[in-house]
Design a protein around this ligand. Structure first.
Ligand code: HSE
Length: 303
């Protein structure tokens, strides 16, 4: 009898303005993996549909690399696997595609290596690979997750707040933006004065989100000083999207993760008009309404 592991892994949007490397939210766009033992001596990947066609089909695949590292760490041997991959998450657009693939690799190693890692342990491992929890934590748990990875102890602590009761529009440019490039434009150092200022903005934003005061939360989101001032020149559409969204009384428009996707938070009664306007205005981008995923990764064993 052949066993298949089906994984449905959500996308994520990181930072939410001023929550650089620590705040993220899972989105209902998915990476689907269908995994089975192939009884040969090597792993194979089959990619179906858009967003995945440029990925390698052999053992240089990121998911293979991650799964083997986990297997080595726990001293188990994985069988050779065939993995069918479909994805609604465009690559290198600031929607957590590599975090979703990373989480896929962890779940695959956990199941086929019979390791029995808990969700908490999966999060610790995922954050150790990624270096920050803002994509992997919501991808694993769903919802809006805040977290801190301590590079010395290698422990990640997370906390949750209710996702905003507001609509979300993402505008996805057609070009990729590498996370490495987008991180390389950030400053190496940050003054104490700037740290105090941005921590105050972040604290106020979180409290406003908890109180469902989206006007105030949005005002704070748009005052981020950790990453947007350094990155916005990499996204030519950013300022215009922000201006148009303001005409529709949006709460906030921010860079999603490392970009180039732009995320807008807006009241439900105005989101339809705005998303249609953005579609008309930015024909080189894909503007769409997206909802928050609250389940995190779903896995199913099929016999
Ligand atoms: N917080 C990260 C960044 C997300 O903005 O670079 C992408 O890894």
């Amino acid at each position: 009898m052949s066993v298949r592991l089906h994984l449905k892994i959500p996308a994520s949007t990181a930072n939410l303005g001023v929550g650089f490397d620590s705040i993220g939210m899972a989105l209902n766009k998915f990476l689907y993996l269908d995994v089975r033992i192939n009884h040969s001596d090597r792993w194979t990947f089959q990619h179906i549909g858009p967003n995945v066609e440029s990925l390698p089909t052999d053992e240089s695949h990121y998911i293979y690399q991650i799964a083997q590292q986990v297997a080595n760490k726990y001293d188990v041997t994985l069988p050779s696997l065939s993995i069918e991959m479909r994805s609604e998450i465009p690559l290198a657009r600031g929607l957590g595609s590599s975090a979703s693939a990373l989480v896929g690799g962890l779940y695959i190693a956990n199941y086929f290596g019979d390791i029995e890692l808990s969700k908490y342990e999966l999060l610790q491992l995922a954050t150790e690979f990624e270096g920050h929890p803002d994509n992997v934590a919501p991808t694993i748990y769903g919802g809006l997750v805040l977290g801190y990875y301590d590079p010395e102890t290698k422990v990640t602590d997370v906390s949750y707040i209710d996702p905003p009761k507001a609509d979300i529009i993402i505008t996805i440019p057609s070009n990729e933006l590498s996370t490495t490039l987008s991180r390389n434009v950030l400053p190496e150092t940050f003054s104490h004065k700037n740290a105090v200022r941005n921590s105050a903005i972040s604290n106020t934003m979180i409290s406003a989100l908890i109180q469902q005061n989206y006007e105030l939360a949005g005002k704070m989101m748009e005052q981020d000083g950790f990453h947007e001032p350094y990155r916005q020149h990499l996204i030519p559409e950013f300022q215009t999207i922000k201006q148009i969204a303001k005409q529709y009384k949006s709460y906030a428009t921010v860079i999603s993760g490392a970009g180039p996707t732009v995320l807008t938070l807006i009241a439900p009664e105005r989101s339809g008009e705005l998303v249609r306007e953005l579609k008309r205005e930015f024909t080189n981008c894909r503007s769409e309404l997206v909802t928050v995923n609250i389940t995190g990764v779903e896995s199913e064993i099929v016999y």
